[in-house]
Design a protein around this ligand. Structure first.
Ligand code: ZN
Length: 219
């Protein structure tokens, strides 16, 4: 079990996590994943499974998923000014959902993130796609569906490649890129537990609603 250091700061970050998880503020991405984890038999206890700690300041990493300890790790020292900056709040929201996608993949399948590069690449594609980190901003109204789809896909590919390379630094760019191409189609189109690829926050909201109502009409 990990320890939480720097109690005051940790408390502040913990408060923010609780706010994101609260019904009133729950992001449709985080909400869907928390529900799905529970249904898959891996109910998330925020105090046990979401760990807040100081991370090495040299690394450009804001968090991670520790599959050995079944913990999502959030780097509280990267979110110091989070209350002053709305973007950072949104950033933490998408970070949390990103790591929850890894947790979900770990829960539903026998994945091995540490030694199987295919598993990791696939989960990074899904995490980038299903966390909201690649949804288009508010200037979306002017955009066509095609533009939104292509923005999302390009963003997911870039993000997955970046995350993968941070964890497999010994791999060359070419090698990583080939693996990305090899698995992209099937992993990008596996959008479980969502009922569609949530290209926008609105779509994520619809998907979350559908998830919550999924048993309602069963007889
Ligand atoms: Zn990741």
């Amino acid at each position: 079990m990990r320890h939480e250091n720097g109690k005051d700061k940790t408390g502040k970050t913990r408060e923010m996590v609780n706010k994101i998880l609260s019904l009133k503020h729950k992001s449709p991405f985080v909400g869907t994943l928390i529900e799905a984890m529970s249904d898959a038999g891996c109910k998330v206890n925020p105090y046990k499974h979401i760990c807040i700690e100081d991370c090495h300041s040299n690394f450009n990493i804001f968090g991670g998923f520790d599959s050995e300890n079944n913990q999502v790790v959030l780097c509280q020292n990267k979110f110091d000014d989070v209350y002053l900056d709305f973007d950072k709040f949104a950033q933490m929201e998408s970070l949390l959902s990103h790591e929850l996608v890894h947790a979900f993949d770990h829960c539903r399948a026998n994945v091995d993130f540490y030694t199987n590069p295919k598993h990791l690449m696939c989960s990074e594609i899904r995490a980038a796609s299903l966390s909201g980190q690649c949804t288009y901003g508010s200037n979306l109204i002017e955009s066509t569906l095609n533009a939104v789809q292509s923005y999302h896909k390009t963003c997911v590919r870039k993000a997955a490649l970046r995350s993968f390379r941070a964890l497999f630094p010994a791999w060359s760019l070419d090698q990583s890129y080939n693996l990305l191409n090899e698995v992209f189609y099937s992993c990008y189109n596996d959008f479980s537990p969502f009922d569609r690829i949530p290209l926008t926050k609105k779509q994520a909201e619809l998907s979350y609603k559908a998830y919550l109502n999924r048993h309602r009409y069963k007889v």
